[in-house]
Write a protein that binds this ligand. Structure first.
Ligand code: ZN
Ligand code: ZN
Length: 443
């Protein structure tokens, strides 16, 4: 038995020679992440207690900028309104690597009962609304600050430059019509204002906390990680009539019913479902006020989600024609508007596979493949469309609790187990320490 054990260890060392040296090179990361854990928790609780809606992250941005400067990181503020960009030059030459966290909260009334729960209200679309970090962006910001500190303290070990991207309004802006002005906020606005250009970002990493995955665990997926999302607005104009005499008008309600059903056949009859999935959902429908009056108009709002850009293109291309024809078959006018939110979030397959050992080290071996793309969407997809990127999911739910019952992101009961922060911090740091060797091999 003894001999066998020795042989086994020897074989491991030989086979895993380069992995062992990579592991040695970042042996400090685990201890360092534990050392900043309390600070990350404090930062996060502060962000959580005083959440700010999209495009209003003024206090959060100031705290972020102050913290980065405190640690000797060059800072740009006011990017895409409230965004903050930090730049850290490492001690060795190498690629430009961006790490991204989002900072915005949601118009949700917190009901977690946490001692640092939010009681904040703020204007959302012109109306006062409760505000809560119900998607965990408070934790993303805090974890990236913790990682920034560690990387700044070890800048001599870094080959290349790190760009810290603290992005506003991932969930949309509180003060703009996100349907018509969505391109002017969040990731798209950061990109338009040059966040990927100066210095020229070569690779990007980000993560999202997710309820229902045990804390301390990571999920990765080469290719599609999160689905596309696009908004849909349909306005039907008919002619009002007495409910007893529909022949005297043009009924937008019956036309609307046919359109809602017709939209489902875009998915089932038009989309190439061998490539992925698609969904068209109408979530808002308004027409008329009285039971005996056929109204003259109907308005509906919906969302289109897909896991494949080909399916997305089919749905977006074919939808207006179908709506217009169904409307005109009923003698009703249709106005169709589509609004892009995010394409499919595509992880660069080679990069993702090459980073698996680093993700395993960041999570003490608890990184696993996500078998299907995640149904939700992320505007990180816009960065990933421009530079090779890796976005991973980080477990937020206390191990040993019922994962199926954990309140999901955006719920008033959503919580994040703080013990997962050190894994998140390590994932950012490991990405920066491990990517340069891969980049030089590929080059
Ligand atoms: Zn969210
Ligand atoms: Zn989110």
């Amino acid at each position: 038995m003894k001999t066998m054990k020795k042989l086994f260890v020897g074989a491991l060392l030989v086979a895993g020679g380069s992995a062992a040296s990579a592991a040695e090179q970042d042996a400090w990361v685990k201890d360092a992440a534990l050392k900043v854990q309390d600070e990350v928790v404090q930062l996060r609780r502060q962000f959580h207690q005083y959440p700010e809606l999209g495009n209003q992250e003024f206090a959060t941005a100031k705290r972020v900028a102050d913290y980065l400067r405190q640690h000797g990181i060059e800072v740009r503020t006011g990017v895409a309104r409230t965004g903050v960009v930090g730049i850290l030059k490492g001690g060795k030459p190498g690629p430009v690597m961006a790490l991204r966290a989002d900072m915005d909260a949601l118009p949700v009334a917190e009901n977690t009962g946490l001692p640092f729960a939010s009681t904040v209200t703020a204007d959302y679309q012109g109306k006062p609304s409760p505000v809560m970090h119900a998607c965990g962006h408070d934790t993303h910001t805090a974890m990236l600050l913790g990682a920034a500190r560690l990387l700044a303290e070890h800048r001599q070990d870094i080959a290349g430059t790190v760009v810290f991207v603290f992005q506003p309004a991932e969930e949309g802006a509180a003060d703009l019509d996100n349907f018509t002005q969505g391109a002017e906020v969040g990731a798209r606005k950061m990109i338009a204002e040059g966040v990927l250009d100066n210095p020229k970002v070569q690779v990007m990493f980000g993560l999202h906390v997710v309820a229902g995955i045990p804390s301390g665990e990571l999920r990765y997926r080469p290719g599609a990680l999160m689905n596309s999302a696009d908004g849909l607005r349909i306005d039907l104009q008919g002619t009002q009539a007495h409910g007893s005499m529909p022949w005297k008008g043009h009924d937008p309600v019956v036309a609307g019913a046919q359109i809602i059903n017709g939209l489902q056949t875009l998915v089932s009859r038009r989309a190439d479902l061998s490539q992925g999935m698609g969904v068209v959902s109408i979530g808002s429908l308004h027409a008329g006020i009285a039971p005996n009056v056929i109204p003259d108009s109907l308005n509906m709002l919906g969302t289109i989600r897909t896991s494949d850009d080909g399916i997305r293109k089919t749905l977006l291309d074919d939808l207006p024609g179908m709506v217009e024809h169904l409307a005109s078959a009923n003698g009703v006018q249709a106005k169709v508007q589509l609004s892009e939110y995010a394409p499919v979030l595509m992880n660069a397959p080679k990069l993702t596979k090459a980073m698996i050992p680093a993700l395993q080290r960041a999570s003490d071996g608890k990184a696993a493949l996500l078998p299907q793309s995640f149904a939700a969407s992320e505007d990180f997809a816009h960065y990933a469309n421009r530079v090779p990127s890796l976005f991973v999911l980080l477990g937020a739910t206390t191990p040993g609790t019922d994962m199926a019952k954990a309140p999901i992101n955006h719920s008033p009961f959503f919580t994040v187990d703080e013990s997962t922060f050190s894994t998140g911090v390590r994932a950012h740091v490991e990405f920066v320490l491990n990517y340069p060797a891969l980049a030089s091999k590929a080059g």
